[in-house]
Structures are given as C-alpha cells and as structure tokens.
Write a protein that binds this ligand. Structure first.
Ligand code: ADP
Length: 495
C-alpha cells in the first residue's frame, strides 16, 4: 500500500484545541477540534486549567492520527501554534501546574502595569521589548503567581518551578519533561525578552522579580527541538515548528517580504506587517514584535489590533435583532447605494490604535428621517473597514512603507462587501486566500521546512492560492470625503 507523508499542525487556541493533518500539496486532509472550559473566578479574571489545554490537544491530535493515518503513513513533523501570552507555571519534578493558566485576556495585573507606567518604565520597556505595558503580557502574570500562590516564590527561587507559554507547556509534556523551550515569536510577548539582543533581559527580570531559572530556552521558530515520547502518539514525531498564533497567520499567509501585511477579521481584528530584519518602534501605540526566527535570521513585525470587528455584526444581531445572521449583513449592505450619511463608531470597549481612549462609547451618527435598517447595517460593516484603515494608516506612517496589498482572513472575511469596501477606502488590493486556515498552515510550514518536507520558502510560495482579489474602484475624492466623515464621527465620541 502506498504511504502518504503528512505534517501535523497543533493549533491551541483560546476556546478550543485543534489538530490538522496536512499533505505535501498543503491540502488539509483531516481536522479535529475540541472546546474546553473557560474559568472566570472573578469579574476581571480569565483562566484555563492547563490540564484541559493539554488533554484536549492530545485528544484531537490522537483523533486526526487515527482518522487520517494508515499504518504505512508517515508523519514527517509536527508544528505548534498557540494562544499567545497565556501563562503557566508548573513544578518541574511532578509536572503539576501550581495555578491555573492565566489567559491573555485576564486583567488581574492591570494595577501592577499601571504602577510600572507610573514608575517611568514605559519607555525602557518599549525600547527593549517593543511592547506597550499592558496586562496582556506574561511577565506580570508570572509575578502574580509567584506572589499569590503559597510557596511559589521560594520554590521558584530554589529552581523547582518552570514557566511556559502554551507552546512551551505542550512541548514539555509531549517530550516527557525533557525539553523546556519556546520560540522568538512567543518569547517576544512576555515583556521579559529583549527583542534587540534576543535574550531574556536581566533588568526586566529584576524589575518584575522573576527568577531566570524558570524561563525556557528561546529558539528559532523552525527547527527540530525534540521528538515526542513514543507513548504519547504511538510513534516518535519530530517537533519542528513553534509560532504564536498571529505570527503563524502571517507566515501561513506567506507574508514573507517586508511591507507585506495580513489582517484577520475575527471577533476583533489583528493586523501584522512584516517589517524585515530591523524592529520598527511605533510612536502611535502599535506593538513591535518578533515575527519569527528562521535559518539564523530574525524577522520583525508591527502589530495593531481593533477590539470590535466581527463583534460589531454580532452586536447588531444579538442586541438589536437587525439581522438574522451575519451573512445577511452583506445582502443588506448591497441593497443600498451608500450608508446615507450614517456612521457607526463601534467604541463598545473604548477605542484603541491610534485614538487610545478607553472611555469612548459607541455611537451611530448622521441619522436622518430617510435612514433605514440597511443603512445602519452597511455603516457597521464600513466601520470595520474604517477602523482597519486607521491602523493601516499608522503602519504606513511608522514604517514609511507604501503598501500595495493586504491579505484578509478570519470569519468576517467571507463578507465580499466588507473586503471590497476595505479595498476602496484603503486604496489597497485585498487578497482573500483560498485556504483560510492560515494560522494552522503557518505552524505546518515551519515544521515542514525544519524537516525538509518542504525544501524552501520558494516551494511554499507555489502553494499560494487566492480565492478572490478585491481591487480599489473608488475615486480619490470620494475616498477622502468618506474617510473624513468617519474621522469626524470618531471625534464626536472621544472623551
Ligand atoms: P474568532 O476566531 O475571533 O472567534 P472568527 O474568525 O470565527 O472569530 O469570526 C467570527 C466573527 O466573524 C463573528 O464576530 C461574526 O459576527 C463575524 N462574521 C461571520 N460571518 C460574517 C459575515 N458573513 N459578515 C460579517 N461578519 C461575519
């Protein structure tokens, strides 16, 4: 019987764990997904049980191997992509977590982050880590565990505890506790890693009182780190790729050249731009991060996010009942020629980049007697594109790079009206990839490159397939007028 070779991609997300089997042509042959519980022990706390993360990931991985692989088939390597920043601390002798995983969304360290800012650390931390001080990042979360779990600090100081983001936790368990590693993309989200020297930063470790012995070794994003213990999947598989989820999506979209950019239109939107071999520090609140380390070279990225993207459409459906499902937003938007002067500013959680006004509230402006449901729905879709355009504008300003196109993926990218309006308002071609699993593909590409499954980046590029390219059709004057109207509407909600 003929054997097939696969790459296994482990996609460990915030609400579910997924595993995918991918063949040499980049075709996804098998997928399995399992959700796991979210814990909210306090209004601002978000936690996962690290054993749920591990067990759900093991379960779906075993399932795809069982469903998709015959005896003769071979798994060339596995790659991991993961929810970023989520923090796990465990005992290295017993493998037992000392506390639940503190999830990236958790705000319990906000007060400590405020103190860091008040003590004038923002500039130093931005220069060293590329990050704007925020409760998202892992360093303060580790500190919280050491300060709040009985005996944790002394155990850490004795060298008994290990820290890991989710990639590290998975690799450690897959290798029977033999391998304690992470990659540059994940390390750069801890607020402890110096993205210039590519080392854990002693000054930051001292500031946050974190013993260095807890930290994993930081490696490239595509290399053979170790092999899985045979008992885990019934065979020993090389672990060949690690990438944080957004960086994996950038890689999976093959945004390999400086200036290439992807936006994921999900609940929120995450935009990453490849800025090449030098970090670019933003003056407007974008994050500088490591995209990946590959073959002795580190590639940097700028990252901007928008809190409300697809969630705006969800709000129209769930809170107003204006649409019966998300897809209807497209039909309604297309049923009118324009938004009739209506603007929808979705500042439900304040406004981030570049306004940074956490007290702003959402508003629908420009309503007149003639305004209809379709105009409001259309304005909501347009608002997503305007917010993304706000971020694109800042990225262009901070990098001085002229952009030509942007890749668009994520759940709301199925909306043709949205992507066409994005192309028009941003004067950019928006490319929608055929394979929307860019995050899982990024991890698979990294693992496949490490083992020679795919020879080089050129071979990956032959797998690039587009579903549709949206090209700008709007006149310059109309674009200016509409965008100015948006900026005026935003101004009216800022505090
Ligand atoms: P996440 O991974 O962030 O949870 P997804 O990538 O699955 O999210 O995207 C889900 C979001 O996309 C939801 O907020 C939903 O409202 C939005 N969405 C789904 N389909 C459409 C559509 N046809 N038009 C506009 N938005 C959509």
């Amino acid at each position: 019987m003929k054997s097939t070779k696969y790459i296994l991609s482990l996609d460990q997300g915030t609400t579910s764990s997924r595993a995918l089997l991918i063949d040499l042509n980049g075709t996804i042959c098998e997928v399995c997904q399992k959700e796991f519980p979210q814990h909210f022990p306090h209004p601002t706390f978000v936690e996962h049980d690290p054993m749920d993360i591990l067990n759900s990931q093991l379960e779906v991985t075993r399932q795809v191997i069982q469903d998709g692989c015959s005896e003769n088939d071979e798994i060339a390597a596995l790659g991991i992509t993961n929810q970023r920043e989520t923090t796990i601390v465990w005992n290295k002798h017993t493998g037992k977590p000392v506390y639940n995983a503190i999830v990236w969304q958790c705000r319990r360290t906000a007060e400590y982050c405020k103190q860091l800012i008040e003590n004038n650390n923002a500039d130093m931390i931005h220069k060293k880590t590329g990050l704007v001080i925020d409760a998202y990042f892992s360093g303060p979360k580790i500190r919280w565990i050491l300060d709040n779990v009985d005996g944790a600090r002394s155990a850490a100081e004795k060298g008994d505890l290990l820290f890991g983001t989710v990639d590290t936790w998975l690799v450690w368990n897959l290798t029977g506790g033999k391998c304690h590693v992470t990659d540059y993309s994940n390390a750069s989200r801890t607020m402890l890693f110096n993205i210039n020297t590519l080392k854990w930063d002693d000054e930051l470790l001292t500031l946050m009182e974190i013993p260095k012995a807890m930290l994993p070794e930081v490696k490239e994003s595509s290399m053979i780190y170790a092999h899985t213990e045979k008992s885990v999947f019934g065979k020993s598989i090389p672990i060949g790729g690690i990438l944080g989820d957004q960086q994996a999506a950038l890689f999976g979209n093959l945004c390999l050249e400086p200036g290439s950019i992807k936006n994921t239109y999900g609940t929120g939107a995450f935009m990453l731009m490849n800025t090449g071999s030098e970090p670019v520090l933003s003056q407007d609140g974008l994050l500088t991060t490591i995209a990946w380390g590959l073959k002795g070279k580190v590639t940097y990225a700028l990252e901007g996010s928008v809190f409300m993207a697809g969630a705006t459409i969800q709000w129209l459906r769930e809170n107003l009942g204006l649409i019966k499902d998300a897809a209807e937003s497209e039909t309604l938007a297309d049923s009118v020629d324009d938004s009739y002067g209506v603007y929808f500013v979705p500042a439900f959680q304040g406004l981030g980049t570049p306004y940074w006004d956490m007290d702003a509230k959402a508003a629908i402006t420009g309503l007149t007697r003639g305004a209809k449901r379709a105009h409001i729905v259309r304005a909501a879709l347009e608002a997503i594109a305007y917010r993304i355009n706000d971020v694109i504008t800042i990225m262009q300003k901070d990098t001085g790079m002229e952009l030509k196109d942007m890749r668009g993926d994520g759940g709301a990218a199925v909306n043709n009206f949205l992507l066409q309006f994005q192309a028009d308002i941003s004067n950019l071609s928006i490319i929608r990839p055929k394979n929307i699993e860019s995050t899982a593909m990024g991890a698979a590409f990294a693992a496949g490159l490490a083992t020679g499954f795919w020879k080089n980046l050129d071979e990956l590029k032959t797998m690039k397939e587009y579903d549709r390219v949206f090209t700008p059709e709007m006149s310059h004057d109309k674009r200016q007028k509409l965008y100015q109207g948006w900026l005026d509407a935003v101004k009216s909600v800022l505090k």
